[in-house]
Design a protein around this ligand. Structure first.
Ligand code: AMP
Length: 201
């Protein structure tokens, strides 16, 4: 749901912090973290908690994150959720809202398998829903678009399994704390944005 996180980050003037984007950036740079993360990502597995948590801790310490942020794709495990609580408690920052995008598997598979990503700036498109002006070329920076290795059908199925086993339990965790709101992730971009705006007044 990076598309929605990006839109919200622009309208609220707070950074969009996507752990997937941060990890892909490390891979592009060829850093030690990127090298370790790549195998897990390409296999559709989660990158180990300790690595992701350290990366998030550092990112949340940047000046631009002091007035709020939108986390996308994090936390994804119970351990990450409690690490997040610790990081935020140290900095006296509350969690205002946790959003669940309740999306049918068929829609997820369709969105991910049709996704095309810019090799340079990371912008996302979809072959039918958000096509670039010129096929295979990024509108923003003119570089070529590719399909992420983890957006191939077999890896998508694995990622869904990982989600059900390791991430879905967090729904109950945040529901109990009264922070969770559910939106219908099957909706197209605009109706979903208006559903979201109800929770963000
Ligand atoms: P995403 O772009 O959010 O779909 O993430 C792509 C991949 O990056 C995931 O399938 C994981 O391999 C890895 N990843 C992203 N965020 C996390 C996280 N919070 N914990 C562990 N792995 C992550």
């Amino acid at each position: 749901m990076g598309t929605h996180a990006k839109i919200l980050s622009e309208s609220y003037g707070v950074p969009h912090i996507s752990t997937g984007d941060l990890l892909r950036l490390q891979i592009q740079k060829g850093s030690p973290l990127g090298k370790r993360a790549k195998t897990f990502i390409d296999n559709g597995q989660l990158v180990p908690d300790a690595l992701v948590v350290e990366m998030v801790r550092e990112r949340l310490g940047s000046p631009d994150a002091q007035k709020g942020f939108i986390l996308d794709g994090f936390p994804r495990t119970a351990e990450q959720a409690s690490a997040l609580d610790e990081i935020l408690a140290e900095r006296k920052i509350p969690i205002n809202l946790v959003l669940e995008f309740d999306t049918s598997e068929q829609v997820i598979v369709d969105r991910l398998s049709g996704r095309r990503t810019c090799t340079k700036c990371g912008a996302n498109y979809h072959i039918r829903n958000i096509p670039p002006q010129r096929e295979g070329v990024c509108d923003a920076c003119g570089q070529s678009l590719t399909q992420r290795k983890d957006d191939e059908p077999e890896t998508i199925r694995k990622r869904l399994r990982v989600y059900r086993e390791q991430t879905a339990p967090l729904i109950e965790f945040y529901k109990k704390r009264g922070l969770l709101r559910v939106v219908n992730g099957d909706l197209e971009i605009e109706p979903l944005q208006s559903e979201l705006s109800r929770y963000l007044k």
